[in-house]
Design a protein around this ligand. Structure first.
Ligand code: ADP
Ligand code: GN1
Ligand code: MG
Length: 370
């Protein structure tokens, strides 16, 4: 008989030695990929200690061993630097808690892969920029993350998702999904399809510079959404970069660009009303300042000059991915309503249009802080 979701969760919980009574575990966060739970425990002296338990999405991350090796390597490296700088490694980096058997993750009897992190208390995780200061803090923290990892041996990292930010490959996947049109949805989204086709040439700009050896590969996060950073509740500082599943060699501009995509606007990623979806040049400036203050010195001139392309291409690429998933029947990103991926795709394409209209101003801003 198939196990219930509760039985699967209980099995996973039993793989860790909590040193306390597990009081409950509830779904947590707003990620599109993994299943996240907050585990509440009560210690012998009555304290409540929380943990993050995650079922890794093994359709997306096919090799949990390699994935966890990356995360353990990077977090241990960061821990050493943070300690050396007099910081608090329990708050400033993720901490993986091994299973009872001393493993970095637990494989359940159905093949699910589970891991546990300490819960970083006293922090907030934002789904949307509320104040420019918060966006500045996230920029500084992501820039700093990249700088701290600049000497990390990149060749020891596994590629957890191949071609992750290969925009040309994303375009080709879109074309395949379009010609298969398994759900018969293509006929209703001709504007979006035309938009992607009209941007075909753009997709190769950064990929070509990388191929030609003009841009260096760095250790990058690759998923620098605002909700992948925890901010101190009191000081408001961006303290802990989370969601390290996609840490791999990549382009600096992509980390910068993905943050701009998600945060340099005043709307949700899935806003239905496109009149509310507007790129904010002012937030763009705020992020650019923070990111370049933290990481600028370690970037080459061309890396800085192409940051604007990172912003536009990460937004275009994400829109293409949402549209592809919509055409394929919504099997990659979690969806919570009909047309969810299509709504998400439309916000991204509106933002791309806005960026195109602001291109020269964006370039001047990057230049100002370079
Ligand atoms: P996904 O890959 O699905 O986006 P994340 O790793 O980003 O999953 O986790 C989802 C959410 O869980 C985060 O946005 C954050 O709110 C919360 N979270 C994750 N790890 C921690 C942690 N160590 N401490 C506190 N909150 C966390
Ligand atoms: C996913 O896991 P999460 O929700 O932080 C996706 C990103 C997309 C993002 C769009 C592994 O991020 O690449 O940019 O959704 N992560 C993966 O919101 O595909
Ligand atoms: Mg996340």
């Amino acid at each position: 008989m198939e196990k219930t979701a509760e039985q699967v969760l209980q099995e996973a919980l039993s793989a860790w030695d909590w040193n306390a009574e597990v009081v409950g575990a509830i779904r947590y966060g707003a990620g599109h990929i993994n299943d996240t739970f907050c585990v509440y425990t009560q210690t012998a002296n009555g304290d409540c200690v929380r943990y993050i338990l995650q079922r890794i999405n093994t359709n997306t991350f096919r090799n949990p061993d390699a994935l966890m090796e990356n995360i353990s390597g990077v977090t241990e490296y960061l821990r050493r630097i943070i300690e050396k700088n007099g910081g608090d490694p329990m708050r400033e980096t993720m901490n993986v808690i091994p299973t009872r058997e001393g493993k970095p993750y637990y494989s359940d009897t159905d093949g699910g892969a589970w891991r546990v992190y300490t819960f970083v208390e006293g922090t907030i995780c934002l789904q949307k920029v509320e104040t420019p200061e918060q966006f500045y803090e996230s920029a500084y923290a992501f820039g700093n993350f990249q700088r701290l990892l600049s000497a990390y041996p990149a060749d020891t990292l596994h590629e957890t998702i191949s071609n992750f930010h290969n925009t040309v490959w994303r375009y080709e996947n879109f074309e395949k999904a379009l010609s298969a049109d398994v759900c018969g949805r293509a006929k209703d989204v001709s504007d979006e399809i035309d938009f992607v086709k009209a941007h075909k040439q753009d997709c190769s700009v950064m990929v070509d510079l990388l191929k030609q050896g003009k841009l260096p590969l760095r250790v990058t996060h690759n998923d620098t959404k605002l909700n992948n950073i925890l901010m101190d509740k009191i000081s408001g500082k961006g303290i802990c970069v989370i969601d390290l599943d996609t840490v791999m060699p990549g382009l600096a501009a992509n980390d910068y660009g993905d943050s701009i995509r998600f945060g340099a606007n005043d709307c949700a990623e899935d806003e239905k009303d496109l009149s509310k979806v507007n790129f904010s040049l002012s937030l763009f400036e705020t992020y650019t300042k923070g990111f370049l203050e933290a990481a600028g010195q370690s970037l080459t001139t061309l890396e800085k000059e192409t940051l604007v392309w990172g912003a536009k291409l990460m937004t275009l690429e994400c829109g293409i991915r949402f549209l592809t998933d919509y055409l394929e029947g919504d099997h990659y990103f979690k969806v919570h309503r009909e047309g969810h991926n299509l709504d998400r795709c439309r916000t991204q394409f509106k933002l791309v249009r806005d960026m195109e209209a602001n291109w020269d101003a964006m370039k001047s801003i990057v230049q100002k802080y370079s």
